[in-house]
Design a protein around this ligand. Structure first.
Ligand SMILES: C[S@@+](CC[C@H](N)C(=O)[O-])C[C@H]1O[C@@H](n2cnc3c(N)ncnc32)[C@H](O)[C@@H]1O
Length: 253
């Protein structure tokens, strides 16, 4: 059994929440990034120049980012803690490779990815954990690779009452997030925000991209799928063994 970790991070609770809401979340947000809007404009600009390699869709949920990438000719690897979300991703984006894993313990070879996109997947981490997680994401980038973080703007860390106060919501001002990326050796490139849409959490959405220096990193190559560690059920790359349950629980966006 996974127990809550220091700093109040209860990853088992996060996983349960997303297992329970996966089907409903896929209905609400699964078709995002299918047509041009301010989010695709941002991603188009942030990911315009990339080295070779796949792009990691970090906390992929129903894999909207993977589908967006595949439509533009990129190989995408969706990674998520929630098996039920991965089941939705496998159904909606069959061309994505999928990994059941924790974004804080990436089972991906160092310097192997052209980019990593964390779209609304870092906000349940305690703020104190974010620098280490960003450093882990930096390490999987090939030289010249890009890390994109899209998350809720704000400046705090609260326990969400609707999830029995077991799940955190951490928010950041855009410039602080850009500063954290710079502190782990990435050069911030784009920092933008947009107002929330009616069905989103009512905070500005902030979007930051930052690039790893072309002169750093280790041997580039395709990110190998690796078995996740204990505590994960592994649906296998690009597959899932079960369909998600329907749920009407409130979403984390
Ligand atoms: C709000 S959803 C975002 C899904 C999708 N990326 C999007 O933009 O809509 C958050 C996703 O991050 C996943 N997630 C949260 N914490 C995670 C962790 N520590 N490791 C891997 N995935 C995580 C959840 O399971 C969920 O699928």
């Amino acid at each position: 059994m996974i127990t809550p970790e220091p700093g109040g991070y209860d990853r088992a609770a996060v996983r349960r929440v997303y297992d329970d809401m996966a089907a409903g979340y896929a209905v609400r947000f699964g078709s995002e990034l299918s047509g041009p809007d301010s989010d695709t404009e941002f991603l188009d600009a942030a990911l315009a120049r990339l080295p070779a390699g796949p792009v990691l869709d970090v906390g992929c949920g129903p894999a909207q980012v993977s589908r967006y990438l595949i439509a533009r000719g990129r190989a995408a690897i969706g990674l998520d803690l929630s098996r039920a979300m991965l089941a939705q991703a496998a159904r909606l984006v069959p061309a994505a490779r999928l990994i059941a894993a924790d974004l804080a313990e990436l089972p991906v070879r160092r310097a192997s990815c052209a980019a990593a996109v964390a779209s609304y997947s870092l906000h349940h981490l305690p703020r104190a954990l974010l620098p280490a997680v960003l450093a882990g994401l930096r390490d999987v980038l090939a030289p010249g690779g890009v890390l994109v973080v899209i998350t809720h703007g704000g400046d705090g860390e609260e326990r969400l009452a609707q999830f029995d106060r077991r799940v955190l919501l951490s928010t950041y001002p855009a410039d602080r997030l850009a500063g954290l990326l710079a502190s782990c050796g990435l050069a911030p490139e784009l920092v933008t925000s947009r107002p929330p849409r009616p069905d989103e959490y009512p905070a500005d959405k902030i979007r930051v991209s930052a690039r790893r220096s072309a002169g750093t990193g280790e041997t580039a190559g395709f990110a190998e799928y690796q078995r996740p560690g204990p505590g994960f059920d592994d649906p296998g790359p690009g597959r899932s063994r079960e369909l998600a349950r329907a749920s009407d629980q409130e979403h984390g966006r």
